[in-house]
Design a protein around this ligand. Structure first.
Ligand SMILES: *[C@@H]1O[C@H](CO)[C@@H](O)[C@H](O)[C@H]1NC(C)=O
Ligand SMILES: *[C@@H]1O[C@H](CO)[C@@H](O)[C@H](O)[C@H]1NC(C)=O
Ligand SMILES: *[C@@H]1O[C@H](CO)[C@@H](O)[C@H](O)[C@H]1NC(C)=O
Length: 418
């Protein structure tokens, strides 16, 4: 009985949470900035906004661009060299990241929990609730490349060590605030000495003073130091009591898990990573899709009823058409490697991949997006009754049959073989 009541309460909480989230997919919704007649691909311009550090580089797509401002988001690309350690840091907002290339180790500490370590591979996601402390170590042989999506106004990164380097070329206060900032640097030395009961030397190093110019990603000289020390392993086991469910979290999501496949045919494969399978995404109120699509493959039209989406082109290119509130398209053009574009809630899109195929990742501002499709099986056109279609388009019954059923697959439409 008690159990049932508890379950009911939990379900109710989720329902309530889900519905409020759907009503407010984005804080930027009312802003003038979100009334788009035209959308345009936004390039990552490392000359404009990037920060180099000893063992890596962080760059971001222009956060002042109106498409990103509309959804109050930033999109960041981090490159970590082999044996590079991205120092422990946090942001006061939810963050969903995608591993574009390479392998590594994610170390994460949820509030009041021990450090967890998870292996990162290409195609994985990291779902980090607000305030999670994370570090990333590249234990592979090639650069580790990660794209992170943060939504909300408190998205500045705070680091637990090191010194922030400023972006290469900067002339705006707002942009400057994105460089990771050492939380300890601002406190008085003697305060920290007394709090930790340690001497000056340690405090100076915590504060990143005394000529530490390595930046937010540092080179690990001896990789064996990154292994967990013996006494820590013992501590870890005693801390992970079976009763401590709060800390039983995994932050890594295996993006390429076969259970995430929503379409797989001769056109390619699409994985959907959302709140249905991953509770942590309900907490983040974010979800994602990845596509690895072969050349000359069509998809759409589709629209998201309750989410804004950002499409990031990872490799190759595609012709993306986006139709919104006016009869002229909001966008009709190529989206190329390194470019992103916003698709506002309710805007419909189609894609035709270029000759080299198209690999992309999509971030959505809802954990349980409602996708509505206008073509193929499970589409609105197949669902509408024949009579309605006959009268709407002034076509005969045979034409309606063609329109409804000539396309008998869904999701991706590879070129038909001649
Ligand atoms: C931790 O969570 C997983 C799945 O989320 C579950 O299978 C496992 O039993 C949990 N472990 C503990 C100690 O609660
Ligand atoms: C969530 O993803 C699964 C596959 O992982 C898919 O079957 C389901 O339709 C998706 N749900 C929503 C709400 O998009
Ligand atoms: C599509 O499927 C329907 C029913 O399964 C079938 O009757 C029809 O011939 C198929 N159309 C084509 C073009 O394959």
């Amino acid at each position: 009985m008690a159990h049932e009541l508890l379950l009911f309460c939990i379900c109710f909480l989720f329902l309530f949470h889900g519905s409020t989230a759907q009503d407010f997919p984005s804080q930027g919704d009312d802003h003038q900035v979100c009334r788009f007649l035209k959308l345009k691909p936004l390039q990552l311009n490392p000359n404009l906004i990037s920060v180099a550090s000893e063992a890596g580089e962080t760059a971001m797509w222009d956060p002042l661009d109106e498409q990103l401002r509309c959804i109050d988001a930033v999109l960041i690309r981090k490159v970590i060299s082999p044996q590079g350690l991205s120092l422990p840091s946090y942001v006061a907002t939810n963050e969903l990241s995608y591993v574009v290339q390479g392998t590594g180790i994610l170390g994460a500490i949820g509030s009041g929990c021990p450090e967890t370590r998870e292996k990162l591979n290409i195609g994985d996601f990291m779902a980090l609730p607000t305030g999670t402390i994370k570090w990333i170590y590249n234990d592979g042989l090639e650069p580790l490349i990660i794209i992170s999506f943060r939504q909300g106004s408190k998205r500045q990164q705070h680091s637990l060590g090191g010194t922030s380097r400023l972006p290469n070329s900067i002339n705006d206060q707002l942009l400057q605030s994105y460089a990771a900032n050492n939380v300890f640097a601002g406190f008085a030395k003697e305060t920290l000495e007394n709090i930790y009961k340690v001497d000056k030397e340690i405090v100076t190093k915590m504060q990143g003073r005394q000529g530490d110019s390595r930046g937010e990603t540092v080179h690990v000289l001896d990789p064996s130091t990154m292994e967990r020390h013996k006494e820590e392993q013992r501590q870890q086991i005693s801390q992970q009591q079976p009763s401590n469910n709060v800390c039983n979290i995994t932050f890594r999501i295996k993006g390429k898990d076969p259970t995430n496949i929503v379409t797989s045919n001769e056109g390619g494969t699409i994985h959907d990573v959302n709140g249905t399978h991953y509770l942590i995404l309900k907490q983040l109120q974010l979800s994602a899709l990845t596509g690895d699509v072969y050349s000359n493959t069509l998809s759409g039209p589709v629209f998201n009823a309750n989410a804004y989406i950002i499409i990031c082109a990872i490799r190759g290119s595609g012709r993306v058409q986006i139709v919104g509130d006016s009869p002229t398209p909001a966008h009709d053009g190529q989206l190329r490697e390194g470019e992103i574009i916003l698709v506002p809630q309710g805007f419909a899109t189609t894609t035709l991949t270029g000759k080299d195929g198209f690999k992309w990742v999509v971030f959505k501002t809802n954990s349980d997006p409602t996708l509505i499709s206008f073509s193929g099986t499970t589409s609105v056109i197949q669902a509408l009754s024949t009579g309605v279609l006959m009268n709407m388009y002034r076509i005969n019954k045979d034409q309606v049959q063609d329109l409804k059923y000539n396309r008998n697959e869904s999701g991706l439409y590879p070129p038909s073989r001649a």
